[in-house]
Ligand binder design. Structure first.
Ligand code: NDP
Length: 295
């Protein structure tokens, strides 16, 4: 079998064209959705991610602002910037680019993420939005899992009644991913570093989402024929090449659909972010009454 390759770039373009209409409706009310990114330190990967986000926002005609802070920044300075953005009416969505510089520890990072107004939390990392997801209430959903759900939808496989296996349990990918699949009526297994016999777990899956951070870990022999395989991983292999968590070439011989790296989940994460910013602006403008999940 040769799997369908789920082209994240093309689907992200489709999402952007769907958003263009909504942005037009906002513009007719005099509203330009605004995204602010707080970028602290000089991590080269973060700088690239922020550029991509900024570019996508500008392409869509959104207002984009990046607050750049030095690597030696005090947490109190980052907090003051977040406070200012929370109070700024031109800004509908705020994200704090992770990782923060090494001088800012995990507790301080958590506190800073929680300082973002939950109604501007377009990354969906605030406990209020995570809680809404758990409770099945509308709220901001983390961009990567939400982009993965769209990729699964594009595969033509309805998660309802299927068995989904999520490898990884981080707060930004694995857990929200599992909750979204559950909300879509899949039966969900969450695997992690302490899961015994991971290949056997994955073999039972109609839908596999790999969010581990280990180059080409998921092998073709782990995949049920015809399964949908979503590869969130962004790794460098021994030769320094960008690759995912899935051995894509071999897996494509068994799976029904698979996402490439690059060009799969990455562009969909950015599309999910844009959707969250537009929704934040719609909500403030009273176009939608409540928080919305990303469709
Ligand atoms: P984390 O490091 O926070 O989480 C990794 C998860 O994988 C953990 O739950 C860990 O288990 C689990 N894990 C580690 N080793 C194994 C193993 N051998 N077997 C089974 N499970 C294992 O990573 P993130 O969730 O933040 O990111 C995962 C990957 O996705 C990374 O490559 C990251 O770069 C990429 N990513 C890509 C994005 C995109 O837009 N394309 C966006 C976000 C992330 P445990 O909890 O037990 O430690």
């Amino acid at each position: 079998m040769s799997a369908r390759i789920l082209d994240g770039k093309a689907i992200a373009k489709q999402v952007e064209s769907e958003l263009a209409q909504r942005i037009g409706a906002l513009s007719a009310r005099g509203v330009t959705p605004g995204l602010a990114v707080v970028l602290a330190g000089d991590d080269p990967a973060s700088a690239i991610y922020v550029k991509h986000k900024e570019r996508a926002a500008l392409r869509l005609g959104l207002h984009a602002r990046t607050v750049t802070l030095p690597a030696q920044v005090e947490p109190s300075t980052v907090a003051a910037e977040i406070d200012a953005l929370n109070a700024d009416d031109a800004i509908h969505g705020i994200l704090v680019q992770l990782p923060l510089p090494a001088g800012i520890g995990p507790e301080e990072t958590r506190a800073l993420l929680q300082r973002v107004d939950p109604d501007k939390d377009v990354d969906g990392f605030h406990p209020v939005n995570l809680g809404r997801l758990v409770a099945g209430e509308p709220g901001f959903v983390a961009c990567t899992p939400s982009g993965c759900m769209r990729l699964i939808a594009e595969s033509g496989v309805d998660p309802a009644g299927r068995h989904a296996v999520v490898i990884g349990r981080s707060v930004i990918v694995g857990k929200p991913m599992a909750l979204l699949l559950l909300a879509a009526d899949a039966t969900v297994t969450i695997c992690h570093s302490r899961t015994p016999d991971l290949p056997a777990q994955v073999r039972a899956a109609d839908i596999v989402v790999a969010a581990v951070g280990r180059a080409r870990m998921v092998q073709a022999s782990w995949i049920k024929p015809g399964a949908v395989v979503i590869d969130v991983g962004m790794n460098r292999d021994a030769d320094g090449r960008l690759c995912g968590d899935v051995d894509t070439r071999a897996v494509a011989e068994v799976a029904g659909a698979v996402t490439p790296v690059p060009g799969g989940v990455g562009p969909m994460t950015i599309a999910g972010l844009m959707q969250n910013v537009v929704w934040a602006a719609e909500r403030r403008a009273g176009i939608v009454p409540n928080a919305a999940t990303v469709e």
